[in-house]
Design a protein around this ligand. Structure first.
Ligand SMILES: C=C(O[C@@H]1C=C(C(=O)O)C=C[C@H]1O)C(=O)O
Length: 188
């Protein structure tokens, strides 16, 4: 029960132990979004709601582009990053659907409300965009970014006891974090 209400009632730092390094806060939010994907899967499993919802995806990416432009974050980079978040969510959902189909005794016994979960994802998107802005400098330095991303990923996955499925999702979700975007020479 606590897992369903925690993000709505407390700061993100109360839910995911902060991964290490300069990309720790960003990675912590990425992990939190991946964990919310478990709730998304539970809300859809055994219903007519498909894992993939292109209309909702377009809304998410449109909102991200607008928020990025308003906040002075590279909008193309932000959209690419959120495409990866969506891919990661679907990796988790497909993996859990397969697991729950093969082992029905592991399937969730309650069905959380998808609308509330999407509100939580919207809040996480705003926090993630703020972290994209805060990490622009390190993300623009390829070697430092790779080192910091590895540090944050390893420490965050261990602290949260992520299984193979959720680690696979974390790799997909962070695929574009260190990819240079925007005009050359703009990252100091
Ligand atoms: C998370 C959901 O599942 C999928 C993943 C999405 C996302 O990560 O934002 C959006 C739509 C769906 O394709 C959802 O339906 O809300």
């Amino acid at each position: 029960m606590a897992a369903d209400t925690r993000a709505a009632t407390g700061p993100a730092s109360a839910t995911v132990a902060e991964p290490l390094g300069k990309l720790g806060p960003l990675t912590g939010l990425v992990i939190e979004r991946i964990q919310v994907s478990d709730d998304v899967a539970a809300s859809k499993f055994g219903t007519d709601s498909p894992i993939e919802d292109p209309v909702r995806e377009a809304q998410v990416l449109d909102s991200v582009r607008k928020q990025a432009e308003a906040a002075g974050v590279n909008a193309d980079a932000a959209v690419a990053f959120f495409r990866d978040q969506i891919t990661a969510s679907k990796i988790v959902q497909r993996g859990l659907f397969d697991r729950w189909t093969a082992h029905p005794e592991e399937a969730p016994t309650t069905r959380p409300d998808l609308g509330s979960i999407r509100s939580k994802l919207d809040g996480l998107a705003t926090a993630l965009l703020a972290e994209l802005k805060d990490t622009e400098q390190v993300r623009g330095k390829p070697v430092a970014c790779r080192v910091q991303l590895a540090l944050a990923g390893v420490s965050g996955a261990a602290a949260e006891h992520l299984d193979a499925l959720h680690r696979q999702a974390l790799r997909a979700a962070t695929d574009s974090v260190c990819r240079p975007a925007g005009p050359a020479g703009s990252n100091g």
